[in-house]
Design a protein around this ligand. Structure first.
Ligand code: NDP
Length: 792
């Protein structure tokens, strides 16, 4: 063929990557793999096995061992035994191992890239240029966190042995997102890769042995969901980090509800890709290709919902079809392919079914017209237009190369449509008007916003979702906290001011006038819906008064009021701080009244009660101070641009207060939530609720806008369960009995709310290290990363 002819057609010639090294590696291992436990390979004779296939050919690649109960126990035990020594290493010593792992992956990068492509079906272009470089960067970056751990996280320490479960869509990349921070922080790991894609995890284990990583620090267990489930339930694992479907995430959350395991969930998504009429449309079309056809659309943050401004919708659709027609789908090891194979026949069938459902529900379908390879599991790039916002293909995660397109007219409508999803992982905004994009970013209920770009990842920028996309972050400063705990967690009971509850009622102390404290909802004192009240008894047994017995309807009204108070979040942090200072002033003015209330209810002496009130005033000052200081970070990822890590409020938070230190305990929980801009539904301690009802009089005189704080008194277990089940409550903190904590975790899986509980333990509210400061501001917030490229 003449060069001139090539110019005419611009056809691609085949550009195959050699699979030779990967095949050689498989041969060396006789295409049969065991489990990596305590630094050794184990192939129990009795263990079941399964096969892994190449999705691009359907051919078997290897036989893999299925870890059963005995192997899970051995691996967890190995991790448990290895933990004290590994954690006792200096940060520098751990950094050297992470650095060595990064170097080894770099040395074997092509083998990793080819093997990943063969096992998963994704193109070599992606594994070679995106996955493997990100993996290497992750280990280098976290070698840095290991090195600086003592100085950067002085109050924190490792959690212990952790269980990590990953899916098949980014087998190696998600392995690095999990293992690097865990090891850097001093934890040991038992990792379970997905059944479809175990090979690169096994190669990784082999590579780790080359670095001399101590036995037991990393254990790799292959197996099905059941192996994962055994890890989740194992009592010796102190944390579970899971990436996968929302459905399995819910099961895991329920299964860990009655343990004190830390949990992070990286779940599904249905991310919007918003194109405004003033966008650079050609760039936006290229962005779309990366958003939805990257990894065959099998990406949790895939831009699978195109929201395009009506005025340019036709133009965008036409240009998109023209671009789609040029996509190349085929052999993943051909370096010029855009799309490879779908992971397995079951996933292909699922995609097909959802597309058919979309058509039945009225969508118009347009598909790539090229020829798909005969063997393997391929699906053509697909565009669905005329999609109704409530239809299945607009709401369900398809996890395939299918784009659902809708239109909007105004920016407000774009935000409404974008947020019309149970998920909240990511969003892309395309507009040449940067002001408009930055105005939109905080309104989008997602963990990552890409402005004029998409699918950008970096080890320095946390990744994770809102709502049913899960919680917790992977990567960056915020990601490290997911593998750390406070050094000082236990209560020094000798120092704590013990409260006393009356054991019997002295009827002679009957009060004369009705002193039934009402509920406080939407800035008003309201009678409880039930029409019932509950008696409150002083420490000497005399009746102190009565409190409203709140029920489901009161919680509903309180959550509604809290939702309406979203303006609190829009106030500047400075204004919120001013209001908090005002609360401190007003509390101090009434300090004698609060002291005597605390003395009567708890039996503490005057000095102790005064100490509680004074510490409370000081605590308010702390959060007024932090309100405008808990700022985000500006990351400089390896791109021409910035990623802004913004600390955002969670939204409406439910808070169940402790019995200990009734005023100080309540304020220690309420204040960080308020300082971060959340609105709150507060359930005060049942025996000491009168302290809370006295406190709403302070709120009333302190310019706190109506609905920002709502107080519903009653039975904590009952009201906590209602709050846990309420889908408009985005976060829940419980300081109470183990039953109250368990209940809250178990019943809050509906909308996957962010939850923190004391695990039935007691906190020392007078100890500022465990009860005050940044840790609480972090708990009251979630990080959103906004990526902004610059340059032309
Ligand atoms: P799953 O959530 O089923 O699997 C993810 C991981 O969890 C795998 O290692 C899996 O093992 C394991 N697992 C399965 N069941 C349990 C359990 N009960 N307890 C503990 N671990 C378990 O996702 P799938 O791979 O089956 O994909 C299904 C759908 O999930 C996709 O179509 C997609 O919508 C979504 N998904 C989302 C991802 C994301 O990144 N957010 C990634 C992958 C999938 P095994 O592989 O052996 O079944």
């Amino acid at each position: 063929m003449q060069v001139t002819e090539i110019y005419k057609t611009l056809d691609y010639s085949p550009a195959p990557e050699s699979p030779e090294q990967a095949i050689e590696w498989l041969k060396e291992n006789k295409s049969s793999f065991g489990l990596f436990i305590n630094g050794k390979w184990l192939k129990p004779k009795s263990a079941a096995v399964f096969k892994t296939f190449n999705p691009a050919s359907g051919k078997k690649l290897a036989t893999i061992t299925e870890a059963g109960k005995a192997e899970v126990n051995s691996a967890v035990n190995a991790a448990k035994q290895a933990f004290p020594k590994w954690n006792a290493l200096t940060g520098h010593e751990r950094a050297r191992y992470l650095y060595a792992i990064a170097r080894q992956i770099q040395k074997h990068s092509r083998l990793f890239a080819v093997l990943e492509s063969m096992d998963n079906g994704k193109t070599i272009r992606e594994t070679r240029d995106i996955d493997v470089p990100l993996v290497i960067r992750h280990f280098y970056h976290h070698a840095g966190w290991a090195q600086t751990l003592e100085s950067e996280f002085p109050e924190h320490t490792a959690i212990g042995p952790v269980g990590q479960i990953i899916p098949w869509n980014f087998p190696l990349m998600l392995l690095s997102w999990k293992i690097a921070p865990a090891l850097a922080a001093g934890n040991t790991v038992v990792l379970k890769p997905a059944e479809f894609t175990p090979l690169t995890a096994l190669l990784f284990a082999e590579i780790c042995s080359l670095t001399g990583l101590p036995p037991g620090v990393l254990n790799v267990l292959t197996g099905p969901g059941n192996t994962g489930s055994m890890l989740v339930k194992h009592p010796d694992l102190k944390k579970i980090a899971f990436t996968g479907s929302t459905e399995v995430g819910r099961i895991i959350r329920e299964q860990t509800a009655d343990s004190d395991k830390k949990l992070t969930l990286e779940l599904g998504g249905k991310s919007p890709f918003i194109v405004f009429e003033d966008a650079d449309l050609d760039s936006a079309i290229e962005g779309l290709v990366d958003a939805i056809w990257f990894n065959q659309g099998q990406v949790c943050c895939a831009g699978s919902r195109l929201l395009v401004q009506e005025s340019v919708a036709e133009k965008v659709t036409d240009r998109l079809k023209a671009r789609m027609a040029k996509l190349r789908v085929g052999d993943p090891l051909d370096k010029s392919m855009d799309m490879g194979a779908i992971i397995a026949p079951i996933q292909k069938k699922r995609i097909q079914k959802l597309v058919e459902k979309g058509e039945k529900e009225g969508a118009e379908i347009w598909q790539w017209q090229g020829t798909l390879p005969q063997n393997g599991y391929f699906f053509p790039p697909t565009l669905l237009t005329n999609v109704a916002p409530a239809s299945t293909v607009a709401q369900t995660e398809i996890f395939g190369p299918v784009l659902s397109s809708m239109t909007f007219r105004t920016p407000d409508e774009a935000v409404m449509l974008a947020n019309n999803s149970a998920y909240g992982l990511a969003a892309s905004v395309w507009s040449e008007n940067i002001n408009q994009s930055l105005h939109l970013a905080p309104k989008l209920k997602v963990g990552v916003v890409w402005i004029n770009c998409t699918n950008q990842f970096d080890a320095s920028a946390g990744f994770g979702g809102y709502r049913e996309s899960g919680y917790g972050r992977e990567g960056g400063h915020e990601g490290m906290f997911e593998y750390l705990k406070l050094k000082k967690g236990a209560v020094d009971s000798a120092q704590r001011l013990k409260v006393k509850q009356a054991t019997k009622t002295d009827k002679s102390g009957q009060y004369q006038i009705d002193r039934t404290a009402k509920l406080y909802i939407g800035g008003k004192q309201t009678r409880p819906d039930s029409g019932y009240s509950l008696p409150v008894v002083n420490a000497d047994g005399s009746l102190a008064g009565e409190i409203g017995h709140g029920n489901r309807k009161d919680i509903r009204n309180a959550v509604e009021a809290a939702n309406k108070a979203s303006g609190w979040h829009s106030l500047t942090p400075h204004s919120r701080a001013q209001i908090l200072y005002f609360i401190a002033e007003n509390l101090e003015t009434r300090s004698e009244e609060f002291e005597s209330r605390i003395m009567r209810l708890t039996g503490l002496n005057k000095k102790q009660a005064a100490q509680e009130v004074q510490t409370s005033v000081s605590r308010i000052f702390t959060y007024a101070a932090l309100a405008d200081k808990h700022e985000g970070l500006v990351h400089q990822p390896p791109m021409r641009g910035l990623a802004l890590a913004l600390n955002e409020p969670i939204g409406v938070m439910g808070i169940i207060c402790p019995d200990e230190a009734p005023l100080l305990g309540l304020l220690s929980l309420l204040l960080p939530a308020l300082a971060m801009g959340n609105s709150v539904v507060l359930i005060p301690s049942r025996p000491f609720a009168l302290v809370a009802t006295d406190f709403y009089q302070v709120l009333e005189t302190s310019d706190v806008p109506p609905g920002v704080v709502n107080i519903v008194s009653g039975n904590a277990l009952e009201l906590g369960t209602i709050l846990a089940k309420h889908d408009d409550v985005a976060g829940l903190w419980v300081v109470g009995t183990m039953d109250e904590c368990k209940n809250a975790k178990k019943f809050s899986t509906g909308n996957m709310k962010i939850i923190w509980t004391c695990e039935g333990k007691e906190l020392d509210w007078f100890d500022s290290q465990q009860s005050e400061g940044r840790e609480w501001m972090r708990r009251a917030s979630q990080v959103k990363n906004v990526w902004i490229p610059y340059g032309e």
